[in-house]
Design a protein around this ligand. Structure first.
Ligand code: SF4
Length: 235
């Protein structure tokens, strides 16, 4: 929903799921790394390694430098992963300080509702996934997604589903019904699955149109947005 706006990213280790299409496998499945990479100047690709665990003071120092080098370029600070809410205690202690620099944007797999309720008041934007069984391989998450959505809807929320040529119309309908039961105005983003080889979409356009028609008949705002960083060669 914020496509085209620049964000600063903090990537957290580990995830509570193991989706078939995960493109963050190093973050999710390897043992916790001793070091992490920090970009010295935003967009430069000039990175240094610093020791894990990272402390709030180090993040603040990096952010201060970035915002000094590129004032007003960044819209928000994106917390991504893995699954950032696995670290909700860290978020609770860090976010009051980080909010002073930029609005906080949470990118999440949308199931850890108890953890979300601990820090929702510190978050400005939520990008919540709904994991479709056919595409992600994850099963039985509908109730957790619903509980999560109810809490997340207190903030600026949109829902994202990754769709592929295995996605069914019933899954898209069920996702819409979930949203409808919370708030019809929550936007839905249909994201075509990107192949590991880098092809932008693995799903025929006619299927995307079909899914968008189903969703648009039920919800107020439905968009098809591919992974735009692929176009730009940003990883
Ligand atoms: S939720 Fe995201 S980070 Fe976690 S396994 Fe699925 S795709 Fe990977």
């Amino acid at each position: 929903m914020l496509v085209g706006l620049r964000q600063a990213f903090v990537r957290f280790y580990g995830c509570s799921l193991s989706c078939d299409y995960c493109d963050s496998r190093d973050t999710v499945y390897s043992p916790p790394p001793d070091v992490c990479r920090v970009e010295r100047r935003p967009g430069s690709g000039d990175t240094v390694l610093i020791k894990n665990p990272v402390y709030l003071e180090q993040v603040v120092e990096v952010l201060e430098g970035w915002l000094q080098d590129s004032p007003k370029s960044h819209h928000s600070l994106s917390l991504t992963g893995g699954e950032p809410l696995l670290h909700f205690r860290v978020l609770k202690s860090w976010l009051p300080a980080l909010k002073r620099f930029l609005p906080i944007f949470l990118e999440t797999n949308g199931i850890l509702h108890a953890e979300l309720s601990e820090c929702i008041d510190l978050i400005d934007y939520v990008s919540m996934d709904v994991k479709l069984p056919s595409t992600s391989g994850a099963q039985g998450l509908w109730e957790d997604h619903l509980a999560f959505m109810r809490i997340a809807s207190r903030r600026n929320l949109y829902v994202k589903v990754v769709v592929s040529d295995t996605t069914t119309a019933d899954e898209v309908r069920k996702t819409c019904e979930l949203i409808l039961s919370v708030d019809k105005a929550i936007p839905l983003v249909l994201q075509p699955l990107t192949s590991a080889q880098g092809a932008v979409s693995t799903i025929p356009a006619r299927s995307l149109f079909k899914f968008q028609e189903i969703a648009a008949s039920l919800l107020r705002e439905v968009r098809v947005i591919p992974q735009t960083h692929r176009f730009l060669g940003l990883f």
